[in-house]
Design a protein around this ligand. Structure first.
Ligand code: ATP
Length: 453
């Protein structure tokens, strides 16, 4: 499963771009001046190409920042300005606080060697060198002694899943494995920032998925800052802690995958995201609802039965002090206790409740949801109940439609006793208590606090 978004993201700034422009043509500065004065990109085609227009953003240390856009939108040009492969026409870039723009070539080389490395779609592996020598290549260029660089390369080879292949030649490896060597080479250089330009685009889909998952794992383990270019929205949504969407040279939105999906900045972004695989992007906490059928363990069976009656459902989540989820009670068991005059709800609590952590993707919910008649409970690492995801909510989130089309609130699973039967039972078993309870009761129990939406 994907590491929590933002888990290892710290608040220091790894890369900062301010008002970056890149124009190609004979008079790039003139193009920038005209853009600043309000000219559009299309107005200036006679003068050249405005590849990147007024891009400003900050990438936090430990973040995976994805730049996404259609072909020609300016992604590669933008990323190449971040390591000085392209000189910016205007604007500034700093990496780890050190300026990249307007500095001498020697200083730039220094920054590239120590702070920022790049992985390309077709990185040229050295064909006559073994895997380990390819991985260690960056260190060799840096002048690291052989024994030390081989030791470091061996660690990286294990990290990227190439154990046992250290002495093979690239030609003996599959495409996916060659890509791992390239990734290993960039990781071995041990720079803080990794730029990846369509690094997985040449891989077949299954291997690509595997590499995406592995990149997230590596990122969580090594805490690298990664700037990843892709034109594939699903890849962007899966990998990105945040995504910058580019169109015609401009960044039109920067946001988390959830934000881009649920609150697109304009029609262009909305159209872009309409085909995304929502199950891999939306998280449990993003779609959960407040849990309604909830009782505290100390409240007793009569209170539990009333709650279920009022909500027309046959089960209730049971919480201990501190909102910890203990389990669930079912109406048949509660009914039996009420009839027997028992008071300890704890004795009939079952743990047949499916739980999931808030950062889990909806794709991780399918099986749980199918197997459980109850809504899936979203709990934090202290087992506190944050909210619930009924099947209807899951389906609605996947289909991007509202979960509720009627005024009437439906709580799953449906009741097995009618309201009258329950009311009658409560009266018969303790008439005086029932009257007092009815007087004090509110029709529907307050919802849990933690839910969203
Ligand atoms: N060296 C160059 N000289 C002239 N124009 C260029 C140059 N490099 C890029 N461009 C133009 O700048 C624009 C942005 O190109 P860029 O390669 O940055 O886009 P991209 O989003 O990375 O596209 P792709 O996914 O196809 O690589 C395009 O119109 C492209 O033709």
């Amino acid at each position: 499963m994907r590491a929590c978004a933002g888990e290892s993201v710290t608040e220091t700034i790894a890369v900062k771009a301010e008002h970056l422009y890149k124009a190609f043509g004979r008079r790039p500065n003139e193009i920038v001046k005209k853009l600043e004065a309000g000219a559009s990109r299309a107005d200036l085609t006679a003068l050249g190409t405005a590849a990147v227009i007024d891009a400003s953003f900050e990438v936090k240390t430990g973040e995976i920042f994805v730049v996404m856009g259609l072909s020609g939108s300016g992604k590669s040009t933008l990323i190449r300005m971040l390591n000085g492969l392209h000189e910016a026409t205007s604007g500034t870039v700093t990496v780890g606080g050190v300026p990249i723009t307007g500095v001498p070539a020697t200083q730039l080389r220094d920054v590239r060697r120590t702070k920022i490395s790049m992985v390309f779609q077709h990185f040229a592996l050295l064909p006559h060198r073994t895997v380990i020598d390819n991985v260690a290549y960056g260190l060799e260029v840096q002048g690291v002694p052989r024994a030390e660089r081989l030791e470091r390369a061996r660690i990286i080879i294990r990290l990227v899943g190439l154990d046992g292949w250290a002495d093979s030649l690239p030609s003996e490896l599959s495409g996916g494995m060659q890509q791992r060597v390239g990734l290993g080479r960039a990781l071995a250089a041990d720079t803080d920032v990794l730029l990846m330009d369509e690094a997985f685009s040449a891989l077949d889909p299954l291997i690509r998925r595997e590499m995406q998952e592995q990149l997230r794992e590596l990122q969580a383990e090594l805490g690298k800052t990664i700037i990843f270019i892709t034109h594939d929205l699903n890849e962007a949504m899966f990998l990105g802690d945040r995504i910058a969407v580019m169109r015609d040279g401009r960044i039109v939105q920067i946001g988390t995958p959830d934000e881009i999906l649920t609150d697109p900045a304009n029609d262009y972004v909305a159209q872009f995201v309409q085909d995304v695989d929502r199950a891999r992007v939306l998280t449990a906490s993003g779609v959960m609802e407040p849990a309604k059928s909830v009782v505290s363990a100390s409240a007793g069976p009569r209170a539990a039965l009333r709650t279920m009656r009022d909500l027309q459902t046959s089960a209730a989540f049971v919480l201990s002090t501190g909102r910890k989820l203990i389990g669930v009670v079912h109406d048949k068991d509660v009914m039996r206790q009420v009839k027997a005059g028992e008071t300890d709800l704890g004795r009939i609590v079952r743990n047949d409740v499916a739980t999931i952590e808030p950062d889990a993707h909806l794709s991780d919910l399918f099986e749980l949801s199918v197997e459980s008649p109850l809504p899936v409970a979203v709990v934090d690492d202290k087992q506190r109940l944050l909210g619930v995801i009924p099947r209807v909510t899951l389906l609605a989130a996947l289909g991007n439609v509202p979960a509720n089309t009627s005024e009437l609130e439906i709580v799953e699973p449906p009741a097995t006793y009618s309201i009258d039967v329950i009311t009658e039972t409560l009266r018969e078993t303790a008439p005086a208590a029932a009257a007092a309870e009815e007087a004090a009761s509110t029709p529907v129990l307050a919802a849990t606090e933690g839910g969203s939406r």
